[in-house]
Structures are given as C-alpha cells and as structure tokens.
Design a protein around this ligand. Structure first.
Ligand code: UD1
Ligand code: UDP
Length: 372
C-alpha cells in the first residue's frame, strides 16, 4: 500500500492510518508530495505527530493549481510504476489528494479515500473539485459522518464501496490531547484559559480578496479594542496577503498576538484552552467540536454540517462584520460526541484495507515466500 500526504491537515489525518496499517502488518510506502514544505507547515507538525520519515519525498512545492497538480501527477506516476502497489491511500481534499488519486487510477491501481463524501456544494472552492473527483476515482470510500454517505448515494456511488469509519483526525487529537494540555500554551502567549479567541484563516475567498481581507482585519482590530485577547497563528498564504497590504503591522499594533503557524501540539493546546475559535479551516471546525470549544466559521457554507448539528460550530456567513459577535465563553469546554469520532478510525480503516489487499488462498496456508 502507498500512503500519501502533502499538506498539514493530511499529516494529522493519515498518521493514525499509517500506524494502524503498520500494526496490521501491511507493507507500506509513505510518500510526502511536498505541497507544504516550510518547517512550520510540515516538519514541526510531522515531528509532533511522531510521523515516520517519508520513504519518498516528491518535493513539489508551490505553484498554480495546474502546475502543482501536474507536477505531483508526474512525480507520483513514476512511484506507482516503479513500486506497483496494490492500493494508494489518500486523505482529504487538497491538490496532492486529487493528483495522486488520478495518477494511480489511470494506471489501474485502486484508490482508497479517507474523509470521503464531504460536500460544500460550492464549486468555486478548489477543495470541492478535489473531493468530488477523488471520490469518483476511489474504490474504497471512508466516511466520517452520516451525511457523507447520503451525499455519495445521491451521486450514484456503489454503496458497497463506502465504509463509515469515523474521523481519523480525531484519533490524533485524542492521542495527543494530554500532551497538548500539559503545554499550557495559552500562558505562553500571555492569555487566561477560556478567555481568548483563537483565529485561523486561509481560504482563498477570505484572504486572496483584498477587500474581504481588509474587512476581516478591521473587525479583528475592533474586537481587540474591546479588550478581547486574540491569538492568530498565521498561514503563509494569509501572511503574504497581510504583509503586502501593511495589515500585519496594524494587527500587531492593535495587540493581536500574531505568530508563525504552530506545531500540532502547541496549536492543539491553544484550541483546547480557547474561549472561542474563529476559523475558515475544515479541520479546526472538527477539532473544536471534539473539544467542545465554541467555533465560529467565517464562511457561508460548510462541508461538515455534523459540526453544527452535533457540535459547537456556528456559520457566521461571509461578512467580516459578523466577526464582531465573537466572544470567548469564559467557561471550560464540554466535549461533544459524534458517533465514531472515538479515536479508533485508523484501526477501522486499516482493517478494511487489509481485507482488500491481502492475497487469499482458500483452504491453503498462503506462503508469501513462494510469491516473492
Ligand atoms: C492548501 C489546500 C487547502 C488546505 C490547506 C491547508 C489546495 C488547493 N488547498 O491550501 O485545501 O485547507 O492547504 O493548510 O490544495 N506556502 C508557503 N509554505 C508552505 C506552503 C505554502 O509559503 O510550506 C505559501 C506559498 O506561497 C503558496 C501558498 O502558501 O503559494 C499556498 O499554498 P498551497 O499549498 O497552494 O495552498 P494552501 O493555501 O496552503
Ligand atoms: N494546525 C496546526 N498548526 C496551526 C494551525 C493548524 O498544527 O498553526 C493543525 C490543526 O490542529 C488541524 C490542521 O492543522 O489538525 C488543520 O489544517 P488547516 O487548517 O491548515 O487545513 P484544513 O483543515 O482547512 O484543510
């Protein structure tokens, strides 16, 4: 089996799958496409997760959608041709996910998709294109919430291929939350527990549009002006846009605690200690639900409605003005329970993959050495 990662959220989702495949004794090759490459976006997060050194690093880097997807396909195709895996396992909805799924499928290699079936219904999002196409290319579709299965059924996907396994991102959270809490990261940024707002923003619709970004900055400065502590680890896409418009300095002058992206443990510590989270991240919507921390999502839709129905998430819409209603709760969070977000999804996924890839000889002891 070849397991693929490329970006920060992939690392968190795939780590439990990689661990469980190893425990199940399945031969595995780990490929990092290099879509995220900064120490803060890749190395620090991988280290916190205890991620194994990738067997192959494609070093793809940044570029336009076509450049990034095309380069990844070319690099990954040669891996598949050389190693001839039984199956390629991809996660989520980033360019690395689609590129590797497409390269594998065209070579007749089966694809398994972790976090299948999510739909925002918003075709202007690159992630929506990646999700829909990756699902179409996949033989095994692993879902984390009931509506994902409903979405796949409505698209005519053979339901035999769909496995409701829960959320592997929450496996990582459950495993590492005790270590994260020990870090008391809120103290290190000078905040009281449950009294601050943690912010992450990186969707192109929020940060690549100059007027939208200025509106967001103005609202954050107003919140900070009301003595609400704000902690803002900044994604590189967002940092570039903020720096170009001089807004980074404005935020810092207003007292917003801006930083580089954080390692997984430091960030999880801040999530768990927050009084509220303002985000447009997919993964952060889910983590805040699992933690029970109030979450405000600066988008008009979400592909993760379970975080609203069963969790702590509120859709603010697109207007930056809406940010002004965000307040820290001041109270300890009450973790929400979503069925199968229980820390065992990686094991369920590995069991299904194991069934699909293990050679079977009925009535005989299978001798691997004879094949080798
Ligand atoms: C990508 C995903 C998005 C996901 C996000 C997670 C796609 C189309 N988008 O968005 O779905 O939510 O990752 O964080 O796959 N950059 C750096 N250093 C890095 C990586 C990126 O400086 O290590 C900068 C580059 O200027 C790059 C820009 O960030 O052009 C955007 O990176 P890219 O990977 O294209 O998209 P993300 O915004 O990170
Ligand atoms: N994360 C992190 N450091 C940060 C911000 C986020 O480790 O500074 C983690 C977060 O806990 C979650 C994942 O990165 O596990 C979410 O990734 P991101 O928001 O970049 O992508 P999305 O989920 O929107 O695709």
């Amino acid at each position: 089996v070849v397991t693929v990662v490329g970006t920060r959220p992939n690392f968190v989702k795939m780590m439990p799958v990689i661990d469980a495949l190893k425990l199940a004794g399945i031969d595995q090759l780990v490929v990092h496409t290099g879509q995220h490459y900064d120490q803060k976006m890749s190395g620090d997060v991988l280290a916190d997760l205890g991620f194994p050194d990738p067997d192959i690093h494609l070093g793809i880097g940044s570029g336009t959608h076509a450049e990034q997807t095309g380069r990844t396909m070319i690099g990954f195709e040669s891996v598949v041709l050389r190693r001839r895996p039984e199956m390629v396992v991809v996660a989520g909805d980033v360019s690395a996910t689609l590129a590797c799924a497409l390269a594998a499928a065209k070579l007749g290699v089966r694809v398994a998709h972790v976090e299948s079936g999510l739909r925002s219904g918003d075709w202007s999002m690159p992630e929506e294109v990646n999700r829909v196409l990756t699902d179409r290319l996949s033989t095994l579709l692993f879902t984390h919430s009931p509506e994902a299965e409903v979405n796949l059924r409505s698209e005519g996907v053979d339901i035999e291929r769909v496995h409701h396994v829960g959320n592997s991102m929450i496996d990582s959270l459950k495993r590492l939350l005790p270590d994260a809490l020990e870090r008391t990261m809120w103290r290190r940024v000078g905040c009281e527990r449950h009294q601050y707002v943690l912010v992450t923003l990186h969707r192109p619709s929020n940060v690549d549009d100059g007027a939208q970004l200025q509106g967001i900055v103005t609202s954050l400065i107003q919140l900070a002006g009301q003595a609400i502590p704000i902690v803002f680890p900044i994604h590189p896409r967002t940092r570039t846009a903020l720096a170009q418009s001089g807004s980074l300095e404005r935020l810092v002058r207003a007292g917003v605690r801006c930083s580089e992206p954080l390692g997984y443990l430091d960030f999880l510590s801040l999530e768990a200690g927050a009084g509220a989270i303002l985000t447009d991240s997919g993964g952060v919507q889910e983590e805040s639900t699992a933690l029970g921390v109030r979450c405000y999502t600066l988008r008009s839709n979400t592909e993760r409605p379970v975080t609203i129905a069963l969790g702590t998430n509120t859709l603010l819409g697109d207007s930056p003005q809406a940010i002004l209603q965000v307040r820290p709760s001041g109270l300890p969070p009450v973790p929400r329970s979503v069925p199968l977000w229980d820390g065992k999804s990686g094991t369920r996924i590995a069991a299904v993959i194991g069934e699909a890839v293990r050679p079977r000889v009925v009535g005989l002891e299978f001798d691997r050495s004879a094949v080798a």
